[in-house]
Design a binder for this molecule. Sequence first.
Ligand code: ZN
Length: 296
Amino acid sequence: MRNCCIVALCIVFYGCSSSQNSPESSITANQILQDVSWLASDEMQGRHYRSIEARKAAKYIADKWKLAGLTPLPTKTSMYLPTGDSRDSPNVAAMYKGTGDTFVLITAHYDHLKPRRSGKDKIYNGADDNASGTAALLAIAHALSKLQTPIQSSIVLVAFTGEEAGLVGSKYFANNSPIPLAKIRGLMNLDMISRGEPNTIFLEGAPDAPRINMAIVRANKQVSLNIIRNAHTDWLHRSDQAPFLEKNVPCIFLSVEDHEDYHQVTDHTDKIIPELAAKTARLAFLAAIDLAHPVP
Ligand SMILES: [Zn+2]
């Protein structure tokens, strides 16, 4: 009996300590909040297309990914991938290398809008849109650095430029892809993941992407988000997954419901729900690891 208790205690203790030390547990609301605070600060002027501040944001992302041990994509020597327009800030892309030749992509745009000319508050901070998704990519990189076992697919993180200017960065990437599009097992795009109902995220695309959906279902057993599926199928065409969907890459899109601060100067950091962004980041991370293994 005593031995049984000890065994039971060990199991409970091991269970707790292993989940506390798991890679996904390194994705914290606090870290998301810190990164969103910086990316969406007034100093960053909305990280708008072709601005110095957007370039600063790109460097912030690349520096954190380097710190997490990610590397440039195959055949590339830099994480900065120019879009072909020298006035533009670059896409930023990096990977955690797998043992095989396939890829799983997690993406988010880091740009937002140009300041307006008049009004007391002129800056479109874009805390939810899309400093939240960008911060998730930074947190996911950190979690990847904690992985203990090899994975088959390489996990690629891409921070797109120019989404607000007409999907400039993602269109360029999809049309000039540095990795074979046919080798992408799945793409998960995060755009606005920190507002609305505190535990609710919308997911579009799953019917066309059954393997990703399976990975999401399994990942959510650990994350426990309320996932609302296919409520806004038109959203599939309005963010960075669209150019990849056109090329038959299996994609899903994670986002919150439109809110009163969408594309307003009031999209401020103090209104975001960092825990929702952290949970969505954990969901994407765990689903990516699931996808990165061979199909069961
Ligand atoms: Zn957006």
